[in-house]
Write a protein that binds this ligand. Sequence first.
Ligand code: 7TS
Length: 411
Amino acid sequence: MVSDKDLLAYDYKKDFPLLANMDVAYLDNAATAQRPLCVIEAERDFYLKHNANPLRGLYQLAMEATDAYEDARTAVQKFINAKHFEEIIFTRNTTESLNLVAYSYALHNLQPGDEIVTTIMEHHSNMLPWRMAAAQTGATLKYIECAADGSIADEALAQAITAKTKIVAMAQVSNVLGRLNPVEKAVELAHKVGAVAVIDAAQSAPHMAIDVQKLDADFLAFSGHKMMGPMGIGVLYGKKKLLDAMPPFLSGGEMISMVSRDGQEYAPLPHKFEAGTVNAGAAAGLHAAIDYINSIGFDIIEAREAALTRLAFEGMRQIEGVRIIGSPNVEEHKGIITFTIDGVHPHDIAAILDADGVNIRAGNHCAQPLLDHLCTGATARVSLAFYNDEADVRRLLDSLKTIRERMGYGR
Ligand code: 7TS
């Protein structure tokens, strides 16, 4: 067995210009990842050598731009093992992907009496679009609650998902708890009652292999920027049969095959859902991010992140006043450790850590109903990526150890 020390020996930061050049422990990876040079160069290369409006020009340069964009789609298809190329829709981010499903699927398939089932731990992006859809259709939004350790019991799922359920929406990994949710079970139960399952993979896609065919999810959403790709590009996977039957989300240029004075025919998938000029430069960057992830492999990524999480978790547990939210078992934290320190506001924690060169997030993490449910109020959150190292975690722990004293406790 490889020791944690060996796992953490390799220096990945040299691939990341910002991390290599700045004296900072970046531990806010759940908000957005850092970019390796290959991603920055792929986007730059698009604009330097292949820039034209993709999907419409008939000249060489425009065809190169189209190729860069569509090659990125193929890379995403393989990345999540989608059956069909047309099942990959490019959006701006997870939020837009989930809104696309809410507007184009939910508004057209729900009626009064129907139910949407989600969980109390969802990011607002996987909650508010469903609330909108429920309000506009007369359907009801139901929340599955989690235990204090963040777990969702099979019985809670079985109780919530009934013959009235039409949509089940769940994060694969919570951005606050870092815990892997029982999405396979949710998909199975959704399908048993004829509902569709929507998986928010924003916090899982960067950290673990996803196989949409094996998972059998109907829709799955994630963001490029959380997996080292550029900002402004996201993915919606949807089963072809469902996407084909859905009306467009946005309309205008590029999503039609014919427009007359009074009517139009929509373009086939995937372009029906990609209105207007697309973000081909960001797609090229996302393609490079996927290649970079594949060159390392999720086995190494997961093992390194687990080793870093163990180091941080064990260290934090020994610091006076630190309370870790969610499971007491480190294996249930996929790189995310949310915590409070007795008597210290999380914003003060983040500010003091920042003064020591440690970047974390503090606040409600766009998951206010979860924090209300757990009665924690605002919290601080450390989120790790494989390119972090032991020195980052030591710096975090050294700073955390001083916080209560710096805030005047024990004087
Ligand atoms: N779903 C989950 C589970 C998320 O963690 C986030 C962003 C989103 C959806 C929305 O992603 P976006 O790319 O559309 O913004 N989460 C966070 C976070 O935890 N801190 O900043 C953003």
